[in-house]
Design a protein around this ligand. Sequence first.
Ligand SMILES: Nc1nc2c(c(=O)[nH]1)N=C([C@H](O)[C@H](O)COP(=O)(O)OP(=O)(O)OP(=O)(O)O)CN2
Ligand SMILES: [Zn+2]
Length: 159
Amino acid sequence: MLHEVSVCKIFSFDAAHQLIGHKGKCANVHGHTYRLEVVLKGRPVTEEGRSDEGFVADFGDIKALVKARIVDKLDHAFMAKGDEPVLETLEASGSKVAVLSFRTTAENLAGYIAYTLKTSGLPVYSVKLWETPTAWAEVLAADIPEHGPAYCLNGGCDL
Ligand SMILES: Nc1nc2c(c(=O)[nH]1)N=C([C@H](O)[C@H](O)COP(=O)(O)OP(=O)(O)OP(=O)(O)O)CN2
Ligand SMILES: [Zn+2]
């Protein structure tokens, strides 16, 4: 069996953010229940008798890695670019924050997640991030520059 197969693992996390400068309601501090769809693509393992025989990647291993690298960091956090006035108060009060150094749009977050997972060794094909039940952004791993999204070059992304 030499053909490539796509597999997908779906996650959910709750997070708050604030789009400073947004013309509408997203300029306020607000939150979303994000739905994250991680798609991997590859050839299923062919060696007989292995635990992962027939798998592109074990769903359990995907879950553990995405949880450790993404979900545990962002779930119930305030996702900050770093220039939000509320950030200092949140940090001082011990509230969970994830300072990402980029504007926390669905587009940027999807790119950040795709690049983080790709550099963690997963054969990522795409990452789709639903910000609301009616709005998502998707990044194909093949479209990410070698050194990551532009905002990562400025020391952002804490990779
Ligand atoms: N291209 C983008 N546009 C917007 C983003 C984004 O990340 N990328 N983000 C926001 C806000 O953060 C927030 O998600 C509001 O989005 P919106 O779809 O307007 O939310 P609603 O609650 O109004 O959704 P409905 O399902 O239409 O009620 C804004 N834009
Ligand atoms: Zn929002």
